[in-house]
Design a protein around this ligand. Structure first.
Ligand SMILES: Cc1cc2nc3c(=O)[nH]c(=O)nc-3n(C[C@H](O)[C@H](O)[C@H](O)COP(=O)(O)OP(=O)(O)OC[C@H]3O[C@@H](n4cnc5c(N)ncnc54)[C@H](O)[C@@H]3O)c2cc1C
Ligand code: SF4
Ligand code: SF4
Length: 670
């Protein structure tokens, strides 16, 4: 017969303020198998844990129920507590009396009644619990970092400096991400390229880092410590080993006038190009869709009618001018298989374009640009060589208006969240405007200023006081063009309570920071989740902000939500530290709460194989008998298979059908 101990936590007044904990402990004593019940102020504190250990030892308890906060908070703590008292740490059930009861129930009597039920159910469940034992998994001490913006760069360098191998996969032809597109950076106004480029070069030169640029992750299988990853290295049509980086090819290609994505389409590139001067690697890539050679018929395979001449390839200029013989039109995508022990997702963010905002001309007004467009205009290597001009006629603007919160904090646009970077980069852009256009009038329309970082408030004040930016609290409701080409803004000054109407030569919209369009797709490949907007989901916003839903995988930077560079860098060193902690062990203990299949009950229908999201079950054959088998290292313990298995052959250890039925019986019959 089980000897069960029940410990009810007050959680200060969090639980005890709504639930009569004394009554709950009293009621618990009446339940079958319960030999001891008590209540204490903070079960998770050192003193609380000591009381539990003493209670277990003094009463010869062999399984435990704790009524406390969510198991998400303290399951690990309490498993450790009962293990210290000599009990298998899986002979524990936690009844969530805080999130499931006191925080969500107004009436004290009802809350206490609900607590009774949860304790009964937990006692029922623990009665038929069985001891579980973790097994050992070896750790491959090599990490994969996905995304080569500042987040991925910092993470990769820190892991590599710890002495571990790192694979950095970047989708674009060069690493650098958004930070490479910026001119200066708040709050110190340092030149973005000057602080980023050395780190990009470090990536290329670090002996522990393998960089796969112009590459994407195709699939991820396996589990913490041992992920099998397939990377697609897209054809560049230039052999990186032969290319000397002279860039002669990029100046001779006749296929010009292709909008350069790096310059927000405001400058042109050729079909063979490097996205920007400090690109790493400095190896050109051929845009296969635009290259004349690659889009002309291949004489070797073209169908030729009798009497007609075989078609010739067009162009081929880059191959002709390349002294190193690096251009290789036959290059194909390569699939590379790697085994890694940990993965860090650092795929960053996007910003919306002007076309999304009908009230601001829907992308049709040439002198309405985004903050990111402005970064390229103001940059010395950008499309205007650093001059701030009106895109419509190249003239210097006399009045520049910045509008913050465009598409952010706007429920009607589906983005009630704050983009967090716009208040600060708008102040920076106002300062840069004053430096380049000393006589211009500068207006900033804002809802309120969110400048909570170190030195941020002072920075915004400098934009106003030293650089003469006129801050107007209010919204611009409409921008339109007069027949003579002048732009007019209409809106309201909500501090003065008056309508505003003004002309502007250039309008810069701080458009919403959004998830990457394919963030969900990548999350599916990696086996993690995204939030309702499409940003990667962390496990816990306060206590596990870098961990994601799958063990051994972490996330950092703006892929989690918009954030600035200081925050991104700090978090990325944190992600590297998490990987370092994982790699500090040669073996890991696996969670034993995984699925198992009883081969004698299994009818080999394959329902579990079809539903397992982690591909952790396969049908196997042994001596002519077919049955489903779980790969325990891959199983994440979600229990989907157990729910799908009709004969009940698939069970989740620690949450078996027997335990569930026992807890239902406890609630309905005890
Ligand atoms: C207009 C503007 C001005 C700003 N000014 C400042 C400033 O002055 N100071 C400041 O602190 N912050 C500023 N920021 C914020 C700054 O840009 C971000 O903090 C920073 O870029 C976040 O870095 P990240 O690496 O997380 O993301 P990103 O910079 O977006 O980098 C992500 C990288 O991942 C790659 N990637 C995406 N998907 C995949 C995939 N599936 N596979 C492989 N690779 C992938 C991308 O190509 C990219 O290289 C500004 C932002 C904007 C929009
Ligand atoms: S083959 Fe011609 S069009 Fe194609 S990248 Fe080379 S130079 Fe440009
Ligand atoms: S519990 Fe079942 S469905 Fe879930 S991961 Fe494990 S084997 Fe797959």
């Amino acid at each position: 017969m089980a000897r069960i101990g029940v410990f009810i936590c007050h959680c200060g007044s969090n639980i005890a303020g709504k639930v009569d904990v004394e009554q709950v402990a009293e009621m618990a004593m009446s339940l079958p198998g319960v030999v001891y019940a008590s209540h204490q102020k903070y079960s998770c504190s050192e003193a609380g844990q000591k009381t539990i250990i003493e209670g277990i030892k003094e009463n010869n308890i062999d399984r435990v129920v704790i009524g406390s906060c969510s198991p998400k908070m303290h399951e690990k703590t309490f498993r450790g507590t009962i293990a210290q008292a000599g009990i298998n740490s899986y002979l524990l059930e936690i009844a969530n009396l805080r999130e499931h009861v006191s925080w969500v129930t107004g009436d004290r009597d009802k809350a206490t009644e609900k607590a009774f039920d949860l304790i009964k159910a937990a006692v029922g469940r623990v009665t038929s619990a069985k001891p579980l034992f973790p097994s050992q998994i070896p750790v491959t001490k090599k990490a994969l970092v996905i995304g080569g913006g500042i987040a991925g760069i910092q993470t990769a360098l820190d892991i590599a400096d710890m002495g571990h191998e790192v694979i950095l996969v970047e989708r674009e032809p060069s690493i650098g991400g958004r930070m490479a597109q910026l001119d200066k950076t708040f709050p110190t106004i340092d030149c973005s390229a000057c602080i980023l480029s050395p780190r990009m070069v470090d990536i290329a030169q670090h002996p522990n880092i393998t960089l796969y640029s112009y590459s994407e992750v195709e699939s991820v299988s396996g589990y913490i410590g041992n992920f099998d990853v397939v990377i697609r290295k897209k054809a560049r049509y230039v052999d990186a080993k032969k290319c000397t980086g002279c860039l002669e090819c990029t100046t001779k290609c006749p296929e010009k006038n292709i909008p350069n994505e790096f310059d927000q389409g405001k400058a042109m590139r050729r079909a063979i190009y490097v996205p920007f001067a400090q690109a790493v690697p400095k190896v050109p890539v051929i845009d296969a869709e635009r290259c004349r050679y690659l889009n002309s018929p291949d004489p070797a395979t073209a169908e030729v009618a009798e009497g007609e001449k075989a078609p010739k390839r067009r162009c081929g200029t880059c191959a002709k001018v390349c002294q190193a013989g690096a251009v290789d039109y036959e290059q194909k995508d390569e699939l590379i298989a790697e085994r890694v022990g940990a993965i860090v997702v650092a795929t960053g963010f996007n910003v919306t374009g002007t076309d999304e905002y009908g009230e601001y001309g829907a992308g049709k007004l040439p002198n309405v640009i985004t903050g990111l467009d402005f970064e390229r205009f103001v940059n010395a290597s950008g499309p205007t060589d650093g001059k701030i001009v009106r895109p419509s006629d190249g003239e210097k603007p006399k009045r520049v208006v910045f509008i913050q919160c465009v598409g952010s904090r706007d429920e009607s646009k589906g983005r009630p969240y704050c983009s967090r970077i716009c208040c600060m980069y708008t102040a920076k852009q106002a300062i840069l405007t004053r430096e380049k256009l000393p006589d211009a009038e500068i207006f900033v329309f804002y809802m309120d200023i969110r400048a909570s970082g170190k030195g941020y408030e002072e920075f915004v004040l400098r934009a106003q006081r030293e650089y003469g930016a006129n801050y107007v609290r209010g919204r611009v409701s409409r921008i339109y063009e007069m027949p003579d080409g002048h732009m007019v803004l209409k809106g309201a000054d909500t501090l003065a309570g008056i309508p505003v109407e003004m002309e502007a030569d250039l309008v810069v919209l701080a458009t919403a920071a959004t998830p990457r369009e394919d963030a969900k797709e990548l999350a599916n490949i990696v086996g993690i989740t995204t939030d309702s907007y499409g940003f990667i989901n962390e496990v816990h916003p306060k206590l596990k902000p870098i961990e994601v839903a799958r063990d051994g995988i972490f996330a950092t930077g703006a892929c989690l939500s918009p954030r600035d560079i200081p925050h991104t860098v700090a978090m990325s060193s944190g992600a590297a530290a998490k990987v370092g902690i994982l790699f500090s062990k040669d073996h890991l203990k696996s969670d034993p709460m995984v699925a198992e299949v009883d081969p004698f009950k299994c009818v080999a229908c394959g329902a579990c194989v079809a539903v397992c999201p982690y591909k952790a079950i396969n049908l196997e054959e042994f001596r002519g008998m077919k049955f489903a088998k779980v790969n325990e290292a891959m199983c994440q313990g979600c229990g989907t298979c157990a729910a799908a298995c009709r004969p009940g052959a698939a069970q989740l250890k620690g949450v078996t059908d027997e335990q569930i039925l026992k807890s239902l019986e406890a609630v309905t019959q005890w």
